[in-house]
Ligand binder design. Structure first.
Ligand code: SAH
Length: 251
């Protein structure tokens, strides 16, 4: 059986219990070595076959799966963060479906929630934003026109921007036009939960210089929105005056 497993953002203890259990039982692991920390592999059996997919094509990955797929074997395809976000798993699933090879997906902690945890914030705070936009700027991979950063920013929601820090100036230009102001708070979190993690905080006006000075050009989350420093309202859920299914509030 083939398992797509989310490795989490970095720290090897941020994988799920299910994911770790599969890693310890795996006969074959194909890991995305450009972003997945190889420390995960120390949990594998000694005779586990290991492949770093960083230098492989989709066809080569599938060939390894096909060659080793037996009902009694555990094959783990280890992806960074959560595999359902920029994991390129859909194309692997299509291949496996064509070959009628069964698979399952084990979710993981995505780097965008890990980055928000690193800065001790909540994306969805009452009175500020109840929406998180998870997106990227176009690069070699195009982004649909309706999802252009400028348009998305016009919602003034909390945002987590993947895969874009290498073009920070262009990102900031689009965000400034979309938010229509430049005092919007921004945190750039490089390698969230890794030992060499870095956090930079500023606004749309000054974060670009900080990012360039720190030499960050990959492996970072750009978190944007007033949730980072702005005021907020208390939640109703824990408000003494508010009643709900589990608790009667004071009049
Ligand atoms: N599936 C992954 C994302 C893979 S795309 C997830 O759920 O997190 C790769 C991009 O994710 C990187 O370019 C970067 O923007 C982001 N990323 C992955 N790990 C990160 C980390 N530990 N800290 C900050 N950003 C990270």
């Amino acid at each position: 059986m083939i398992y797509f497993v989310g490795a989490g953002p970095g720290d090897v203890d941020l994988i799920t219990v299910k994911g770790r259990d599969l890693l310890t039982r795996a006969d074959v692991v194909i890991y995305a070595g450009s972003l997945v920390w190889d420390q995960h592999l120390r949990f594998c059996k000694q005779d586990c076959l290991q492949f770093n997919s960083a230098g492989m094509t989709l066809e080569e990955v599938i060939a390894v799966m096909k060659k080793n797929d037996r009902p009694e074997k555990v094959i783990v395809r280890l992806h960074t963060g959560d595999p359902t976000i920029y994991g390129a798993i859909r194309e692997q699933m299509s291949f496996l479906e064509k070959e009628t090879m069964p698979y399952r997906v084990i979710p993981g902690v995505s780097s965008f929630t890990a980055a928000c945890a690193v800065i001790n914030r909540e994306f969805t705070v009452p009175g500020v934003s109840q929406t998180v936009i998870v997106t990227r700027m176009e690069g070699k991979t195009p982004v649909p026109e309706l999802e252009d950063l400028e348009r998305l920013a016009s919602h003034q929601s909390s945002m987590a921007i993947f895969l874009s820090v290498q073009e920070i100036d262009k990102v900031l230009e689009k965000l400034k036009r979309g938010y229509n102001r430049s005092n919007v708070p921004v945190s750039v979190v490089y390698k969230a939960t890794w030992p060499d993690q870095q956090v930079l905080t500023g606004t749309l006006a000054d974060i670009g210089e900080k990012v360039k000075k720190a030499g960050i050009s990959r492996f970072a989350q750009i978190l944007v929105g007033d949730f980072i420093t702005g005021d907020y309202e208390r939640s109703l859920l824990y408000n003494p005056e508010f009643s709900h299914g589990y608790r009667k509030g004071k009049e």
